[in-house]
Design a protein around this ligand. Structure first.
Ligand SMILES: Cc1cc2nc3c(=O)[nH]c(=O)nc-3n(C[C@H](O)[C@H](O)[C@H](O)COP(=O)(O)OP(=O)(O)OC[C@H]3O[C@@H](n4cnc5c(N)ncnc54)[C@H](O)[C@@H]3O)c2cc1C
Length: 482
């Protein structure tokens, strides 16, 4: 398709918030131009987020597992495990390249979809300029989807711009395992990275301004995870105000205030992992009626910006910033533009995983959020320390919390802390999205021995405590909290 002509839909951004929309629209018969700046299809998720951090996590987890093999009746002649960081980074490059190439091949196989590697800028409500290797190409469009994502924050702290002070991007690219690491930010990225580098041998300190880590997460599970970090020797300080970062070249000092006390930590590496801001610079939004603030581009319930016909998805429109959430939005906009029933993603049915160790999975509302929303809820808990599969795998320290409405027993939230939780969250998301009730979940036959049995067991226990299902026995490891 000659680019200077027109596109039915112009998609700006090749991450999870852009690419799936472009593909679905082209498959639906639209002429689509997908513009991608950066290293290739995949966005922050592939190149500096979800995938590389999980590649590092896998290495860290295997290192920890190897240290425990004797527990499982295995002996190594030389139990010493050292980290070859160059090999870890090479593995990351290999997987990223493979995935980016696979995505591009898939996109190029779709008729009607043109992928352009360049930088797009809107010039008015129906036209954009794409800079490709110093040349400009003009595209007129009927509709556009803005999915340019977000970039890591550099907090306004004295010394934040010192050479060598990293963000999450720099941490992914780091060429060595630091002896010591200070992470500024106790959100998902800070916790994941903290545990990864601690497992690889770094002395880790996490500094969080809020009174607790992982603020929006289920409070009971966040407290358990916090205790786990403590037991692993990761120093976590909450309620801190960072005063300054000083030094340089591998010898930094981070000064922070906590209550009336001034504390300083000396560290080889310091990284800011406290939040991200939308990528709006250079996008030409001022030439349109698209509006934004520091949280992101403003959209209505159908993800349309202030400029009719221009939509926005993913990190660009603010929290929550997750790849699957961006993709759900992208696909909803695509369905809408194809004239199909859209089914707009609802925050109260979103799911997510924090890839801590153990993993912390969540779907739907926390108990706190449900009560704030005015719902009359109770919580069924299942303690994994009695669970067969968890005991067998040697990782039985975990808890499931299921939030359900008292009136109709519909499940509105499932929160799980257990190694393996990530892969349980599909069922949890389905239960919440479909408004599954306790009896339905209790009666669904879950295979044994698996971590997912906990769902049915917690539901049965809740029913037993309500006296509604005498056939369901109350289990010692399950409790229901009013
Ligand atoms: C360390 C880390 C770990 C993470 N782990 C997870 C996880 O485990 N699970 C999860 O769900 N989420 C995770 N995330 C979040 C996830 O990466 C983002 O939510 C997701 O990538 C957002 O997708 P997006 O398409 O909105 O933006 P992005 O993925 O950022 O994609 C934006 C795209 O737009 C392009 N672009 C920007 N400006 C222009 C322009 N003017 N013209 C053309 N192209 C442009 C960029 O090059 C990029 O391709 C993590 C993030 C980080 C930083």
């Amino acid at each position: 398709m000659p680019l200077e002509e027109r596109a039915d839909v112009l998609v700006i951004g090749g991450g999870p918030g852009g690419t799936p929309a472009a593909m679905a629209l082209a498959r639906g018969g639209k002429r689509v131009v997908l513009v991608v700046a950066g290293r290739g299809l995949g966005g922050a998720c592939l190149f500096e987020g979800c995938i590389p951090s999980k590649i590092f996590r896998e290495t860290a987890a295997r290192r920890l597992e190897t240290a425990r093999i004797a527990e499982f009746g295995l002996r190594l002649a030389d139990p010493q495990v050292t980290v070859d960081w160059t090999a870890v980074q090479a593995r990351r490059h290999h997987i990223l390249t493979m995935r980016a190439q696979g995505a591009l091949a898939q996109a190029r196989s779709i008729a009607g979809l043109e992928v352009v590697f360049g930088h797009a800028r809107l010039c008015n409500s129906r036209e954009a300029v794409i800079e490709v290797e110093g040349k400009e190409r003009h595209v007129r469009f009927d509709h556009a989807i803005l999915a340019t994502g977000s970039a890591p924050n550099r907090l306004p702290i004295s010394g934040a711009d010192l050479p060598g002070v990293l963000t999450s991007e720099g941490l992914i690219e780091i060429g060595f395992v630091p002896a010591s690491l200070v992470l500024i930010g106790g959100g998902p990225i800070g916790i994941e990275m903290g545990q990864i580098f601690a497992a690889l041998g770094s002395r880790v300190t996490i500094l969080e301004a809020a009174p607790r880590i992982l603020a929006p997460v289920d409070v009971v599970l966040a407290a358990r995870l916090s205790a786990k970090l403590d037991a692993e020797g990761i120093r976590v300080a909450t309620g801190v105000h960072i005063e300054a970062i000083e030094g340089g070249e591998g010898r930094y000092r981070v000064r922070y205030r906590r209550a009336d006390e001034i504390v300083q930590v000396d560290t080889e590496v310091v990284a800011m992992v406290a939040g991200r801001h939308p990528n709006v610079d250079g996008l030409g939004l001022e030439t349109t009626a698209v509006r934004h603030d520091r949280h992101g581009v403003k959209v209505n319930a159908e993800l349309e910006t202030g400029e009719p016909g221009i939509f926005a998805t993913g990190d660009l429109i603010g929290q929550p910033m997750f790849a699957h959430w961006a993709t759900a939005q992208a696909l909803a906009v695509a369905r809408h533009l194809l004239g199909q029933a859209a089914g707009w993603p609802r925050p109260e049915t979103n799911s997510a995983v924090i890839f801590s160790r153990p993993e912390l999975g969540m779907a739907g509302l926390t108990e706190e959020a449900a009560r704030t929303a005015g719902l009359d809820v109770a919580v069924a808990e299942y303690d994994y320390s009695f669970d067969a599969r968890a005991q067998i795998s040697g990782a039985a320290d975990g808890l499931l919390r299921m939030v359900y409405r008292r009136d109709d027993l519909r499940i509105v939230g499932i929160h799980v802390l257990i190694e393996g939780a990530a892969d349980l969250m599909g069922e949890a998301a389905l239960a919440v999205a479909c408004g599954v009730t306790l009896p339905t979940l209790a009666e669904a036959i879950h295979p044994h021995p698996t971590l997912t049995e906990a769902f049915a067991l917690a539901a049965r226990s809740a029913l037993a405590s309500l006296g509604q299902h005498p056939a369901h026995q109350r289990r010692t490891n399950s409790v229901t909290r009013p």
